[in-house]
Design a binder for this molecule. Structure first.
Ligand code: GN1
Ligand code: MG
Length: 501
Protein backbone atom coordinates (compact mmCIF):
# COMPACT_ATOMS: atom_id res chain seq x y z
CA UNK A 1 0.00 0.00 0.00
CA UNK A 2 3.04 2.27 0.39
CA UNK A 3 3.81 1.53 -3.28
CA UNK A 4 0.22 2.21 -4.30
CA UNK A 5 0.01 5.47 -2.32
CA UNK A 6 3.25 6.69 -3.92
CA UNK A 7 1.92 5.99 -7.41
CA UNK A 8 -1.38 7.65 -6.46
CA UNK A 9 0.57 10.69 -5.24
CA UNK A 10 2.41 10.94 -8.58
CA UNK A 11 -0.88 10.41 -10.44
CA UNK A 12 -2.68 13.15 -8.48
CA UNK A 13 0.37 15.42 -7.99
CA UNK A 14 -0.73 15.67 -4.36
CA UNK A 15 -0.05 14.20 -0.93
CA UNK A 16 -1.80 10.88 -0.25
CA UNK A 17 -2.47 9.40 3.19
CA UNK A 18 -2.17 5.83 4.48
CA UNK A 19 -3.76 5.02 7.84
CA UNK A 20 -2.87 1.67 9.37
CA UNK A 21 -5.96 0.54 11.24
CA UNK A 22 -8.81 -1.97 11.28
CA UNK A 23 -11.25 0.50 12.74
CA UNK A 24 -13.93 -1.17 14.87
CA UNK A 25 -12.65 -4.70 14.30
CA UNK A 26 -10.85 -6.87 16.90
CA UNK A 27 -7.29 -5.97 17.93
CA UNK A 28 -5.86 -9.01 16.14
CA UNK A 29 -7.04 -7.63 12.79
CA UNK A 30 -5.37 -4.84 10.90
CA UNK A 31 -5.64 -3.07 7.59
CA UNK A 32 -5.14 0.19 5.78
CA UNK A 33 -7.30 3.10 4.71
CA UNK A 34 -5.97 5.21 1.82
CA UNK A 35 -6.71 8.94 1.78
CA UNK A 36 -7.08 10.96 -1.43
CA UNK A 37 -5.92 14.60 -1.86
CA UNK A 38 -8.91 16.42 -0.39
CA UNK A 39 -9.01 14.07 2.60
CA UNK A 40 -11.69 11.86 1.07
CA UNK A 41 -11.43 8.08 0.80
CA UNK A 42 -9.47 6.53 -2.09
CA UNK A 43 -11.34 6.85 -5.36
CA UNK A 44 -13.24 3.61 -6.13
CA UNK A 45 -11.48 3.50 -9.54
CA UNK A 46 -8.20 2.63 -7.76
CA UNK A 47 -9.63 0.02 -5.39
CA UNK A 48 -9.04 -2.68 -8.00
CA UNK A 49 -5.30 -1.82 -7.97
CA UNK A 50 -5.21 -2.08 -4.19
CA UNK A 51 -6.82 -5.53 -4.38
CA UNK A 52 -4.45 -6.69 -7.13
CA UNK A 53 -1.38 -5.48 -5.25
CA UNK A 54 -2.53 -6.92 -1.93
CA UNK A 55 -3.04 -10.33 -3.58
CA UNK A 56 0.08 -10.30 -5.76
CA UNK A 57 2.73 -12.93 -5.02
CA UNK A 58 6.19 -11.51 -4.36
CA UNK A 59 7.55 -12.51 -7.77
CA UNK A 60 4.48 -11.06 -9.48
CA UNK A 61 4.52 -7.70 -7.71
CA UNK A 62 6.65 -5.89 -10.31
CA UNK A 63 4.35 -7.03 -13.11
CA UNK A 64 1.27 -5.75 -11.27
CA UNK A 65 3.00 -2.43 -10.59
CA UNK A 66 4.09 -2.05 -14.21
CA UNK A 67 0.55 -2.84 -15.36
CA UNK A 68 -0.82 -0.10 -13.05
CA UNK A 69 1.81 2.43 -14.23
CA UNK A 70 0.97 1.66 -17.83
CA UNK A 71 -2.83 1.73 -17.35
CA UNK A 72 -2.68 5.09 -15.51
CA UNK A 73 0.09 6.49 -17.77
CA UNK A 74 2.18 7.33 -14.71
CA UNK A 75 5.49 9.06 -15.52
CA UNK A 76 7.98 7.76 -12.97
CA UNK A 77 10.84 10.04 -14.00
CA UNK A 78 11.59 13.04 -11.76
CA UNK A 79 8.17 12.95 -10.18
CA UNK A 80 7.51 14.32 -6.69
CA UNK A 81 5.55 11.89 -4.51
CA UNK A 82 4.66 12.36 -0.85
CA UNK A 83 2.76 10.08 1.50
CA UNK A 84 1.52 10.84 5.03
CA UNK A 85 1.36 7.78 7.27
CA UNK A 86 -0.53 7.34 10.52
CA UNK A 87 -1.47 4.38 12.71
CA UNK A 88 -3.77 3.32 15.51
CA UNK A 89 -2.82 1.55 18.75
CA UNK A 90 -2.95 -2.06 17.53
CA UNK A 91 0.15 -4.12 18.42
CA UNK A 92 0.78 -4.82 14.71
CA UNK A 93 0.35 -1.22 13.57
CA UNK A 94 3.93 -0.03 14.16
CA UNK A 95 5.44 -2.85 12.08
CA UNK A 96 2.89 -2.43 9.30
CA UNK A 97 3.39 1.32 9.32
CA UNK A 98 7.14 0.76 8.80
CA UNK A 99 6.30 -1.51 5.85
CA UNK A 100 4.21 1.30 4.33
CA UNK A 101 7.12 3.72 4.77
CA UNK A 102 9.44 1.18 3.11
CA UNK A 103 7.04 0.94 0.18
CA UNK A 104 7.13 4.70 -0.28
CA UNK A 105 10.93 4.73 -0.15
CA UNK A 106 11.14 1.87 -2.65
CA UNK A 107 9.58 4.16 -5.26
CA UNK A 108 11.67 7.20 -4.19
CA UNK A 109 8.67 8.86 -2.58
CA UNK A 110 8.93 11.24 0.39
CA UNK A 111 7.03 10.31 3.54
CA UNK A 112 5.91 11.95 6.75
CA UNK A 113 5.14 9.65 9.66
CA UNK A 114 2.47 11.17 11.92
CA UNK A 115 2.70 8.15 14.20
CA UNK A 116 -0.25 7.56 16.53
CA UNK A 117 -3.22 9.59 15.24
CA UNK A 118 -6.92 8.99 14.72
CA UNK A 119 -8.04 8.18 11.19
CA UNK A 120 -9.92 11.50 10.89
CA UNK A 121 -6.86 13.42 12.05
CA UNK A 122 -4.81 11.95 9.20
CA UNK A 123 -7.60 12.77 6.72
CA UNK A 124 -7.50 16.33 8.11
CA UNK A 125 -3.68 16.61 7.70
CA UNK A 126 -3.81 15.45 4.08
CA UNK A 127 -6.53 17.98 3.27
CA UNK A 128 -4.71 20.82 5.07
CA UNK A 129 -1.48 20.22 3.19
CA UNK A 130 -3.08 19.84 -0.20
CA UNK A 131 -4.99 23.08 0.35
CA UNK A 132 -1.76 24.80 1.50
CA UNK A 133 -3.26 25.43 4.90
CA UNK A 134 -6.63 26.53 3.55
CA UNK A 135 -8.39 23.85 5.59
CA UNK A 136 -6.22 24.39 8.65
CA UNK A 137 -2.73 23.88 10.08
CA UNK A 138 -1.50 20.38 9.16
CA UNK A 139 -0.54 19.30 12.65
CA UNK A 140 -2.22 17.57 15.57
CA UNK A 141 -1.95 20.87 17.47
CA UNK A 142 -3.54 22.67 14.50
CA UNK A 143 -6.41 20.17 14.59
CA UNK A 144 -6.94 20.66 18.33
CA UNK A 145 -6.82 24.46 18.09
CA UNK A 146 -9.21 24.72 15.16
CA UNK A 147 -11.84 22.42 16.63
CA UNK A 148 -11.49 23.70 20.21
CA UNK A 149 -11.72 27.35 19.23
CA UNK A 150 -14.84 26.63 17.15
CA UNK A 151 -16.40 24.75 20.09
CA UNK A 152 -15.58 27.55 22.56
CA UNK A 153 -17.03 30.14 20.16
CA UNK A 154 -20.21 28.07 19.68
CA UNK A 155 -20.84 27.63 23.39
CA UNK A 156 -19.50 30.88 24.87
CA UNK A 157 -22.83 32.69 24.68
CA UNK A 158 -24.85 29.87 26.25
CA UNK A 159 -26.07 31.32 29.55
CA UNK A 160 -25.23 29.64 32.87
CA UNK A 161 -23.90 26.33 31.53
CA UNK A 162 -23.49 24.34 34.75
CA UNK A 163 -20.54 22.01 35.31
CA UNK A 164 -23.03 19.16 35.28
CA UNK A 165 -24.18 20.14 31.80
CA UNK A 166 -20.53 20.25 30.66
CA UNK A 167 -19.92 16.69 31.87
CA UNK A 168 -19.70 13.83 29.36
CA UNK A 169 -18.65 10.19 29.81
CA UNK A 170 -16.55 9.02 26.86
CA UNK A 171 -15.72 5.38 26.08
CA UNK A 172 -12.46 5.54 24.12
CA UNK A 173 -12.79 1.89 22.95
CA UNK A 174 -9.35 1.33 24.52
CA UNK A 175 -8.02 2.93 21.36
CA UNK A 176 -6.39 5.93 19.78
CA UNK A 177 -9.43 8.16 20.35
CA UNK A 178 -8.85 8.04 24.09
CA UNK A 179 -5.21 9.13 23.74
CA UNK A 180 -6.07 11.99 21.44
CA UNK A 181 -9.07 13.24 23.38
CA UNK A 182 -6.92 13.37 26.50
CA UNK A 183 -4.31 15.36 24.52
CA UNK A 184 -7.01 17.73 23.28
CA UNK A 185 -8.63 18.48 26.66
CA UNK A 186 -6.38 21.47 27.63
CA UNK A 187 -7.30 23.17 24.35
CA UNK A 188 -10.99 23.06 25.36
CA UNK A 189 -10.20 25.33 28.37
CA UNK A 190 -12.88 23.71 30.53
CA UNK A 191 -15.69 24.25 28.02
CA UNK A 192 -16.28 20.46 28.16
CA UNK A 193 -15.59 18.15 31.12
CA UNK A 194 -14.76 14.69 29.79
CA UNK A 195 -14.72 11.59 31.98
CA UNK A 196 -12.76 9.16 29.87
CA UNK A 197 -13.03 5.40 30.38
CA UNK A 198 -11.90 2.39 28.31
CA UNK A 199 -8.86 4.61 27.74
CA UNK A 200 -6.51 1.77 26.79
CA UNK A 201 -4.80 1.48 30.18
CA UNK A 202 -6.64 -1.65 31.25
CA UNK A 203 -8.65 -3.19 28.45
CA UNK A 204 -8.42 -4.56 24.92
CA UNK A 205 -9.17 -2.50 21.81
CA UNK A 206 -12.86 -2.63 20.81
CA UNK A 207 -13.38 -5.51 23.28
CA UNK A 208 -16.80 -5.24 24.99
CA UNK A 209 -16.59 -1.51 24.41
CA UNK A 210 -16.57 0.96 21.57
CA UNK A 211 -19.22 2.29 19.21
CA UNK A 212 -19.69 -0.94 17.25
CA UNK A 213 -20.15 -3.04 20.40
CA UNK A 214 -22.69 -0.57 21.83
CA UNK A 215 -24.61 -0.28 18.53
CA UNK A 216 -24.80 -4.00 17.72
CA UNK A 217 -25.25 -5.27 21.31
CA UNK A 218 -27.59 -2.34 22.11
CA UNK A 219 -26.00 -2.22 25.52
CA UNK A 220 -23.45 -0.13 27.44
CA UNK A 221 -19.76 -0.98 27.38
CA UNK A 222 -18.45 -3.27 30.09
CA UNK A 223 -17.00 -1.40 33.04
CA UNK A 224 -18.96 1.81 32.67
CA UNK A 225 -20.87 3.16 35.68
CA UNK A 226 -23.65 5.42 34.39
CA UNK A 227 -25.80 7.56 36.65
CA UNK A 228 -29.42 7.92 35.46
CA UNK A 229 -29.64 10.54 32.75
CA UNK A 230 -25.86 10.95 32.42
CA UNK A 231 -24.75 11.64 28.81
CA UNK A 232 -22.37 9.00 27.45
CA UNK A 233 -20.78 8.32 24.11
CA UNK A 234 -18.53 5.66 22.59
CA UNK A 235 -15.87 6.05 19.92
CA UNK A 236 -14.70 3.12 17.82
CA UNK A 237 -11.13 1.87 17.58
CA UNK A 238 -9.88 4.50 15.13
CA UNK A 239 -12.24 7.26 16.34
CA UNK A 240 -14.18 7.73 13.15
CA UNK A 241 -17.50 6.52 14.60
CA UNK A 242 -19.55 7.72 17.58
CA UNK A 243 -22.82 6.74 19.25
CA UNK A 244 -24.49 8.28 22.32
CA UNK A 245 -26.48 6.56 25.04
CA UNK A 246 -27.82 6.93 28.57
CA UNK A 247 -29.56 4.96 31.28
CA UNK A 248 -33.02 6.17 32.33
CA UNK A 249 -34.49 6.38 35.84
CA UNK A 250 -35.52 2.71 35.55
CA UNK A 251 -32.03 1.62 34.54
CA UNK A 252 -33.08 1.05 30.93
CA UNK A 253 -30.42 1.57 28.23
CA UNK A 254 -31.21 4.08 25.49
CA UNK A 255 -29.08 4.28 22.33
CA UNK A 256 -28.82 7.42 20.19
CA UNK A 257 -27.22 6.14 16.98
CA UNK A 258 -26.04 7.77 13.76
CA UNK A 259 -29.59 8.45 12.56
CA UNK A 260 -30.49 10.28 15.76
CA UNK A 261 -27.20 12.23 15.51
CA UNK A 262 -28.01 13.19 11.90
CA UNK A 263 -31.47 14.30 13.00
CA UNK A 264 -30.10 16.53 15.77
CA UNK A 265 -27.50 18.13 13.49
CA UNK A 266 -29.82 18.63 10.49
CA UNK A 267 -32.54 20.12 12.70
CA UNK A 268 -30.03 22.54 14.23
CA UNK A 269 -28.60 23.60 10.87
CA UNK A 270 -32.06 23.96 9.28
CA UNK A 271 -33.19 26.24 12.13
CA UNK A 272 -30.05 28.37 11.72
CA UNK A 273 -30.58 28.65 7.94
CA UNK A 274 -34.12 29.89 8.61
CA UNK A 275 -32.95 32.45 11.21
CA UNK A 276 -30.17 33.57 8.88
CA UNK A 277 -32.56 33.81 5.94
CA UNK A 278 -30.19 31.69 3.89
CA UNK A 279 -31.70 29.77 0.99
CA UNK A 280 -29.40 26.73 0.98
CA UNK A 281 -30.47 23.19 0.08
CA UNK A 282 -29.93 20.82 3.02
CA UNK A 283 -30.36 17.05 2.89
CA UNK A 284 -29.79 14.04 5.11
CA UNK A 285 -28.18 10.96 3.55
CA UNK A 286 -28.86 7.62 5.22
CA UNK A 287 -28.45 3.93 4.40
CA UNK A 288 -30.98 1.09 4.51
CA UNK A 289 -29.93 0.58 8.14
CA UNK A 290 -31.54 3.87 9.13
CA UNK A 291 -34.39 3.21 11.53
CA UNK A 292 -37.77 3.66 9.86
CA UNK A 293 -38.78 6.15 12.53
CA UNK A 294 -35.82 8.42 11.72
CA UNK A 295 -36.66 8.56 8.02
CA UNK A 296 -40.32 9.23 8.76
CA UNK A 297 -39.45 12.02 11.27
CA UNK A 298 -37.04 13.73 8.87
CA UNK A 299 -39.41 13.56 5.88
CA UNK A 300 -42.79 14.07 7.56
CA UNK A 301 -41.97 16.28 10.56
CA UNK A 302 -38.73 18.07 9.66
CA UNK A 303 -39.63 18.21 5.96
CA UNK A 304 -35.96 17.62 5.15
CA UNK A 305 -34.81 15.97 1.92
CA UNK A 306 -33.73 12.41 2.72
CA UNK A 307 -31.66 10.24 0.36
CA UNK A 308 -30.67 6.59 0.79
CA UNK A 309 -27.21 5.45 -0.27
CA UNK A 310 -25.42 2.09 -0.28
CA UNK A 311 -23.55 1.17 2.90
CA UNK A 312 -20.05 2.64 3.10
CA UNK A 313 -19.23 6.28 3.79
CA UNK A 314 -17.78 6.77 0.31
CA UNK A 315 -21.32 6.25 -1.10
CA UNK A 316 -22.98 8.59 1.42
CA UNK A 317 -20.20 11.20 0.96
CA UNK A 318 -20.80 11.17 -2.79
CA UNK A 319 -24.57 11.70 -2.45
CA UNK A 320 -24.12 14.40 0.22
CA UNK A 321 -21.95 16.40 -2.23
CA UNK A 322 -25.04 16.99 -4.39
CA UNK A 323 -26.41 19.50 -1.84
CA UNK A 324 -25.38 22.84 -0.35
CA UNK A 325 -25.36 21.12 3.04
CA UNK A 326 -25.25 17.32 3.12
CA UNK A 327 -25.63 15.66 6.54
CA UNK A 328 -24.64 12.02 6.21
CA UNK A 329 -24.46 9.33 8.87
CA UNK A 330 -24.60 5.58 8.87
CA UNK A 331 -26.65 4.13 11.73
CA UNK A 332 -23.39 2.89 13.28
CA UNK A 333 -22.27 6.47 13.90
CA UNK A 334 -19.97 6.97 10.90
CA UNK A 335 -20.70 10.38 9.40
CA UNK A 336 -20.16 14.09 9.04
CA UNK A 337 -21.56 17.19 7.32
CA UNK A 338 -20.46 18.58 3.93
CA UNK A 339 -20.83 22.26 2.98
CA UNK A 340 -20.52 23.27 -0.67
CA UNK A 341 -18.04 26.02 -1.47
CA UNK A 342 -20.97 28.27 -2.37
CA UNK A 343 -22.63 27.56 0.96
CA UNK A 344 -19.45 28.40 2.90
CA UNK A 345 -19.04 31.63 0.94
CA UNK A 346 -22.68 32.68 1.56
CA UNK A 347 -22.33 31.95 5.27
CA UNK A 348 -19.08 33.95 5.49
CA UNK A 349 -20.63 36.79 3.46
CA UNK A 350 -23.58 36.96 5.86
CA UNK A 351 -21.25 37.01 8.87
CA UNK A 352 -19.51 40.04 7.37
CA UNK A 353 -22.54 41.92 6.05
CA UNK A 354 -25.38 41.37 8.49
CA UNK A 355 -26.28 42.21 12.07
CA UNK A 356 -28.66 41.21 14.82
CA UNK A 357 -30.31 37.78 14.75
CA UNK A 358 -29.23 37.08 11.17
CA UNK A 359 -25.58 37.71 12.02
CA UNK A 360 -25.91 35.64 15.18
CA UNK A 361 -27.25 32.70 13.18
CA UNK A 362 -24.61 33.16 10.47
CA UNK A 363 -21.86 33.18 13.10
CA UNK A 364 -23.14 29.94 14.64
CA UNK A 365 -23.19 28.41 11.15
CA UNK A 366 -19.62 29.60 10.52
CA UNK A 367 -18.42 28.18 13.84
CA UNK A 368 -20.18 24.89 12.98
CA UNK A 369 -18.36 24.77 9.64
CA UNK A 370 -15.04 25.23 11.48
CA UNK A 371 -15.90 22.57 14.06
CA UNK A 372 -16.93 19.91 11.55
CA UNK A 373 -14.25 17.68 9.98
CA UNK A 374 -15.70 17.54 6.46
CA UNK A 375 -13.05 15.11 5.21
CA UNK A 376 -14.51 12.05 6.96
CA UNK A 377 -16.62 10.97 9.92
CA UNK A 378 -14.75 12.12 13.03
CA UNK A 379 -15.81 10.96 16.51
CA UNK A 380 -14.11 13.90 18.28
CA UNK A 381 -15.51 16.52 15.89
CA UNK A 382 -18.99 14.95 15.89
CA UNK A 383 -18.93 14.74 19.70
CA UNK A 384 -18.07 18.44 20.03
CA UNK A 385 -20.75 19.41 17.52
CA UNK A 386 -23.39 17.39 19.39
CA UNK A 387 -22.28 18.85 22.73
CA UNK A 388 -22.47 22.37 21.29
CA UNK A 389 -25.93 21.82 19.81
CA UNK A 390 -27.31 20.36 23.06
CA UNK A 391 -25.82 23.31 24.97
CA UNK A 392 -27.18 25.93 22.55
CA UNK A 393 -30.64 24.31 22.48
CA UNK A 394 -30.57 23.69 26.25
CA UNK A 395 -31.46 20.07 25.50
CA UNK A 396 -30.86 17.08 27.74
CA UNK A 397 -29.96 13.73 26.19
CA UNK A 398 -33.44 12.48 27.12
CA UNK A 399 -35.08 15.38 25.26
CA UNK A 400 -32.86 14.67 22.26
CA UNK A 401 -33.82 11.00 22.44
CA UNK A 402 -37.51 11.87 22.58
CA UNK A 403 -37.64 13.57 19.16
CA UNK A 404 -38.66 10.22 17.76
CA UNK A 405 -38.75 6.64 19.04
CA UNK A 406 -36.71 4.01 17.22
CA UNK A 407 -38.57 0.96 16.03
CA UNK A 408 -37.10 -2.11 17.73
CA UNK A 409 -34.53 -3.63 15.39
CA UNK A 410 -31.94 -6.39 15.08
CA UNK A 411 -28.73 -6.91 13.07
CA UNK A 412 -27.76 -10.55 12.39
CA UNK A 413 -25.12 -12.38 10.32
CA UNK A 414 -25.52 -15.56 8.24
CA UNK A 415 -22.57 -17.65 7.00
CA UNK A 416 -22.98 -18.81 3.38
CA UNK A 417 -20.48 -20.52 1.08
CA UNK A 418 -20.24 -17.46 -1.21
CA UNK A 419 -21.90 -14.25 -0.04
CA UNK A 420 -21.59 -12.81 -3.55
CA UNK A 421 -24.57 -14.92 -4.65
CA UNK A 422 -26.60 -12.14 -3.08
CA UNK A 423 -26.96 -9.09 -5.30
CA UNK A 424 -29.02 -6.05 -4.34
CA UNK A 425 -30.60 -2.94 -5.86
CA UNK A 426 -32.31 0.26 -4.65
CA UNK A 427 -29.44 1.16 -2.27
CA UNK A 428 -29.36 -2.44 -0.94
CA UNK A 429 -33.00 -2.38 0.14
CA UNK A 430 -34.02 -5.18 -2.24
CA UNK A 431 -32.27 -8.35 -3.40
CA UNK A 432 -32.23 -9.29 -7.08
CA UNK A 433 -30.56 -12.68 -6.51
CA UNK A 434 -30.71 -15.51 -5.60
CA UNK A 435 -34.12 -16.18 -7.16
CA UNK A 436 -37.00 -16.23 -4.72
CA UNK A 437 -35.18 -14.59 -1.81
CA UNK A 438 -36.83 -11.15 -2.07
CA UNK A 439 -40.26 -12.73 -2.46
CA UNK A 440 -39.58 -14.81 0.66
CA UNK A 441 -38.47 -11.70 2.58
CA UNK A 442 -41.58 -9.77 1.44
CA UNK A 443 -43.86 -12.57 2.66
CA UNK A 444 -42.11 -12.67 6.04
CA UNK A 445 -42.21 -8.87 6.45
CA UNK A 446 -45.95 -8.87 5.75
CA UNK A 447 -46.48 -10.97 8.87
CA UNK A 448 -45.02 -8.36 11.25
CA UNK A 449 -46.55 -5.00 12.20
CA UNK A 450 -44.25 -2.17 10.98
CA UNK A 451 -42.01 -4.91 9.67
CA UNK A 452 -39.02 -4.12 7.43
CA UNK A 453 -36.05 -6.29 6.57
CA UNK A 454 -33.22 -6.44 4.04
CA UNK A 455 -30.11 -8.53 3.49
CA UNK A 456 -26.79 -7.67 1.89
CA UNK A 457 -23.32 -9.20 1.55
CA UNK A 458 -20.85 -7.63 3.96
CA UNK A 459 -17.99 -5.71 2.33
CA UNK A 460 -15.69 -6.24 5.30
CA UNK A 461 -16.55 -9.71 6.67
CA UNK A 462 -17.31 -13.06 5.01
CA UNK A 463 -20.95 -12.96 6.05
CA UNK A 464 -24.41 -11.96 4.81
CA UNK A 465 -25.84 -9.23 7.03
CA UNK A 466 -29.54 -9.31 7.94
CA UNK A 467 -31.39 -6.26 9.29
CA UNK A 468 -34.90 -6.36 10.67
CA UNK A 469 -37.19 -3.96 12.48
CA UNK A 470 -40.80 -4.24 13.71
CA UNK A 471 -43.29 -2.75 16.17
CA UNK A 472 -41.92 -4.92 19.03
CA UNK A 473 -38.46 -6.34 19.86
CA UNK A 474 -39.95 -9.85 19.80
CA UNK A 475 -41.28 -9.10 16.31
CA UNK A 476 -37.94 -7.69 15.13
CA UNK A 477 -36.08 -10.70 16.56
CA UNK A 478 -38.53 -13.20 15.04
CA UNK A 479 -38.42 -11.47 11.65
CA UNK A 480 -34.64 -11.36 11.76
CA UNK A 481 -34.48 -15.07 12.50
CA UNK A 482 -37.04 -15.97 9.80
CA UNK A 483 -35.17 -13.90 7.18
CA UNK A 484 -31.85 -15.44 8.29
CA UNK A 485 -33.37 -18.88 7.68
CA UNK A 486 -34.52 -17.79 4.22
CA UNK A 487 -30.99 -16.58 3.43
CA UNK A 488 -29.50 -19.82 4.80
CA UNK A 489 -31.80 -21.95 2.65
CA UNK A 490 -31.76 -19.93 -0.57
CA UNK A 491 -28.23 -18.51 -0.60
CA UNK A 492 -26.16 -21.57 0.33
CA UNK A 493 -25.91 -21.37 4.10
CA UNK A 494 -23.02 -23.23 5.75
CA UNK A 495 -22.58 -24.45 9.33
CA UNK A 496 -25.70 -24.93 11.47
CA UNK A 497 -29.05 -23.32 10.64
CA UNK A 498 -29.56 -19.89 12.31
CA UNK A 499 -31.05 -20.34 15.81
CA UNK A 500 -33.94 -18.23 17.18
CA UNK A 501 -32.77 -15.33 19.35
C1 GN1 B 1 -23.78 -2.74 9.14
C2 GN1 B 1 -22.49 -2.01 9.29
O1 GN1 B 1 -22.23 -1.38 10.30
N1 GN1 B 1 -21.64 -2.10 8.25
C3 GN1 B 1 -20.34 -1.42 8.30
C4 GN1 B 1 -19.25 -2.34 7.76
O2 GN1 B 1 -19.55 -2.61 6.39
P1 GN1 B 1 -20.08 -4.04 5.90
O3 GN1 B 1 -20.06 -4.01 4.39
O4 GN1 B 1 -21.50 -4.15 6.45
O5 GN1 B 1 -19.20 -5.09 6.51
O6 GN1 B 1 -18.00 -1.66 7.80
C5 GN1 B 1 -17.97 -0.48 6.97
C6 GN1 B 1 -16.55 0.09 7.08
O7 GN1 B 1 -16.32 0.46 8.39
C7 GN1 B 1 -19.02 0.52 7.43
O8 GN1 B 1 -19.03 1.63 6.55
C8 GN1 B 1 -20.40 -0.15 7.43
O9 GN1 B 1 -21.38 0.72 7.97
MG1 MG C 1 -13.67 3.21 12.46
Amino acid sequence: MGLLATLRSINTKAIIGVMVTASHNPEEDNGVKLIDPMGEMLTPAWEVYATQLANAEQDHLITVLKDLVQKESIDLTNQEAEVFVGRDTRSSSARLSDAVLDGVTALDGRSKDYGLVTTPQLHYMVCCCNTRGGYGKASVEGYYSKLSQAFIQLTKSVPNRTDDQKCLLVDGANGIGALKLREMEPYLQGALKVSLFCDGTGGKLNHQCGADFVKVQQNSPKGIVMKAGERCCSFDGDADRIVYYYSDDHGRFHLLDGDKIATLISTFLKELLTKAGLDLKIAVVQTAYANGSSTRYLEDTMKVIVRCAKTGVKHLHHVAQEFDIGVYFEANGHGTVLFSKAAEEKIQQLCDDSEGERQGAATLLKNSVDLINQTVGDAISDMLLIEAILAIKGMTVQQWDAIYTDLPNRQLKVKVSDRRVIDTKDAERKTVSPAGLQEAIDRLVERHQDGRSFVRPSGTEDVVRVYSEAATQEGADALGHEVSLAVYRLAGGVGGEPKPL
